[in-house]
Design a protein around this ligand. Structure first.
Ligand code: ADP
Length: 394
């Protein structure tokens, strides 16, 4: 059976067609810059690879292009849209309402809209994707997989903030967590690979957004992002943890508007703010040349990861494995090395040579004697969405 996976952002649609239960990838692609005359469409099957620039003004036009490609007599992979039985949607914020994968109804759509207030950059695009998919695939079941769902098992002592109770009870201000689909996918892979019956795992997702999760016996019990995807690790353009007193200082003493504070902390901070570069590859190249800002930024980045490892080891009272995943986690041997240096007290010992090996497969990069396994596991959020949608309905 064919499942279409859609990850719709505010100006992008990422898609994959996956056959279940074989998990075979039939085709994949991405449209970026929706809303512009020069939107870019990438599409790949086992025999075709296309990149084209086109005017794609709306999500509706974007999905129209995708459907045309899927049905194309030469480059396409299906004969009729009816063969797509399920459309699985990534939805970033499910608030308190969704602790698992859900069949989309009018009520569910209303909730996704409601939680747009908590994820303004993501939920509106996700909902837009659902609405256009319903029109193009009227016979398919539409399923939502929420990034927040995996973290609903975090106990209150970790998910509540120490602020007045009514803000939690009446306004829902608490840790929700993000990247749940990725943390769930890689931690399940690790448990399977290590054949663990009980498990204490720290999953480290390092992409443009970065987060860490403490996962005990397959369940998220603590996580570094919070009410919004701002907390915790140093990210591409986001600061991660800061003293919130800085916000009042910026507003009251330095005359920043609240909007400007948000822009600075969300879009101009993190690795970009520290170095002038948003892409870690550029920062590593500059650090090689001796750029002291870049060297320090890499050290700061790894230091923050180490602090969270320490916190989560104490939270779980032990550790079987740490996992590096996503663009930086899978590719940056530098960040992995810095984050695992001088961690032998915790039983983490990196094999430098294995760390340098490039591969797209799950791999173990610890020394033979390391008590804790250090794994690099390529994440696959789309496959996880397909698995969960399939399990829900079959
Ligand atoms: P997103 O969070 O948008 O899904 P990704 O998981 O694709 O992001 O990660 C993007 C990040 O991965 C970028 O900061 C990029 O610099 C980094 N990255 C990708 N390839 C490499 C590499 N070979 N070495 C270091 N960093 C890399």
């Amino acid at each position: 059976m064919n499942i279409l996976i859609l990850n719709s952002g505010s100006s992008s649609i990422k898609f994959q067609l996956i056959e279940m239960p074989s998990e075979a990838l039939i085709c994949s692609g991405l449209i970026e810059r929706i809303g512009n005359d020069d939107a870019v469409l990438n599409y790949k099957t086992t025999s075709t690879s296309i990149k084209q620039t086109d005017a794609i003004k709306t999500h509706n036009e974007g999905l129209q292009k995708i459907v045309e490609l899927l049905l194309d007599p030469e480059k396409g992979v299906i004969k009729s849209t009816d063969v797509i039985k399920i459309v699985g949607h990534r939805v970033v914020h499910g608030g308190n309402s969704f602790s698992s994968t859900t069949l989309i109804t009018d009520e569910v759509k209303k909730d996704i809209q409601k939680y747009a207030a908590l994820a303004p950059l993501h939920n509106p695009g996700n909902l837009q994707g659902i609405l256009v998919a319903e029109a193009f695939f009227p016979l398919a079941k539409q399923v939502a997989v929420f990034d927040t769902a995996f973290h609903r098992t975090i106990p209150e002592k970790a998910s509540k903030y120490a602020i007045p109770n009514e803000l939690y009870e009446e306004q829902g201000i608490q840790l929700y967590g993000f990247h749940g689909t990725s943390h769930q996918y890689v931690s399940e892979k690790a448990i399977e690979y290590l054949k663990l019956k009980t498990s204490k795992i720290i999953s480290i997702h390092l992409g443009n957004g970065c987060s860490m999760t403490a996962i005990k016996d397959g369940k998220s019990i603590d996580h570094s992002l919070g009410f919004t995807p701002s907390n915790g690790l140093i990210m591409g353009t986001r600061s991660g943890d800061i003293d919130h007193g800085i916000i009042y200082h910026l507003v009251h003493n330095l005359g920043y508007t609240v909007e400007k504070v948000k822009d600075v902390l969300t879009n101009k901070s993190g690795m970009l703010g520290l170095t002038g570069f948003g892409d870690l590859r550029d920062i590593e190249a500059e650090a090689e040349k001796g750029n002291s800002n870049c060297i320090l930024a890499l050290e700061m980045n790894a230091y923050r990861i180490k602090k969270y490892i320490g916190a989560y080891v104490s939270t779980m009272n032990g550790l079987d494995a740490i996992i590096f995943t996503a663009g930086i986690g899978e590719n940056s041997s530098v960040i992995r090395r810095l984050a695992c240096t001088d961690m032998d007290f915790f039983g983490i010992e990196l094999d430098e040579a294995k760390n340098e090996l490039k591969s797209k497969e799950l791999r173990e990069i610890n020394t033979k004697n390391s008590k804790v396994k250090v794994l690099v596991i390529p994440t696959n959020e789309e496959l996880e969405i397909a698995k969960q949608a399939y399990q829900l309905l079959y």
